[in-house]
Design a protein around this ligand. Structure first.
Ligand code: CTP
Ligand code: MG
Length: 239
């Protein structure tokens, strides 16, 4: 198994000097929660950590204190899509097995549910699907933006999607290759499932997402994550 953690963002919306992925959360950096959760559930996986520049590497050294020498560090890009693309190129250089499972996760999502991780892995590892994402019914009502105002639509047919998004390695690598070779593609996608959808022509499976798996985006999210770590919301994968 290959796990890519993207942590090369600047955290513009968060607005702190130190990017959010390196900030402390319940005693350790946000990014360490991520790395430790994956190490715990998938101890033999190969980890790739995408960081931005020398500063990113120094911050990682500072928070990890050299305790994870086996993690492969990759230089990030200007967009999340480019950061993932670079990590996939490194995975290609290092070698991989076509059928192995490859997960791509936001370094800013520190609360990972082991049960959810295993479900994602199982769906792709069994060969049933080449892509599987954690997805949830939207909490709020939805409306479409129309020319003359908003058009309310039922949320029943929609899902909000989290990470880690999980793929058959050869397929997601090929999707990114096609994207990069397509001169008409601006190469800016919201997530990796969108790249898969654009090029793989294969269905995307879902497992129930976890409401604790928030993406640290604004300053209050650190306080919210501390509360969720102390008293997690129930996870009902069959709901
Ligand atoms: N990311 C990345 N490379 C980029 C942009 C984002 O690796 N060029 C990573 C972030 O570090 C984060 C994840 O992608 O772990 C999700 O992105 P987001 O929450 O948008 O983080 P930022 O881009 O850092 O925040 P903002 O959009 O507020 O600037
Ligand atoms: Mg961003």
């Amino acid at each position: 198994m290959v796990i890519i953690i993207v942590a090369a963002g600047k955290g513009t919306r968060f607005g702190s000097d130190v990017p959010k992925q390196f900030l402390p959360l319940a005693g350790k950096a946000v990014l360490l929660h991520v790395v430790d959760a994956f190490e715990e559930v998938f101890p033999t996986a190969r980890l790739y950590l995408v960081l931005s520049g020398q500063y990113g590497r120094e911050m990682w050294e500072k928070v990890s204190r050299g305790r994870y020498p086996w993690i492969v560090l990759v230089e990030g890009g200007d967009t999340r899509t480019e950061s993932v693309s670079r990590a996939l190129r490194q995975v290609m250089r290092d070698g991989y097995v076509d059928d192995e499972v490859l997960m791509i996760h936001d370094g800013a999502r520190p609360i990972l549910n082991p049960d959810m991780l295993r479900r994602l892995d199982d769906r792709v590892d069994s060969g049933a699907y080449q892509a599987c994402v954690p997805a949830m019914l939207p909490t709020e009502a939805l409306s479409r933006v129309a020319a003359d105002g908003l058009e309310p639509i039922s949320r029943q047919g929609f899902r909000t999607v989290q990470t880690p998004q999980t793929f058959r390695a050869a397929t997601i690598i090929d999707c990114y290759r096609q994207m990069n070779e397509n001169p008409a593609d601006p190469c800016v996608y919201d997530d990796d499932a969108a790249v898969f959808a654009a090029y793989a022509g294969q269905p995307i499976a879902m497992v129930e997402g976890d409401r604790n798996n928030i993406k640290i985006t604004r300053p209050a999210d650190i306080a919210i994550a501390e509360i969720l770590l102390q008293s997690p919301l129930p996870y009902n994968p069959e709901s």
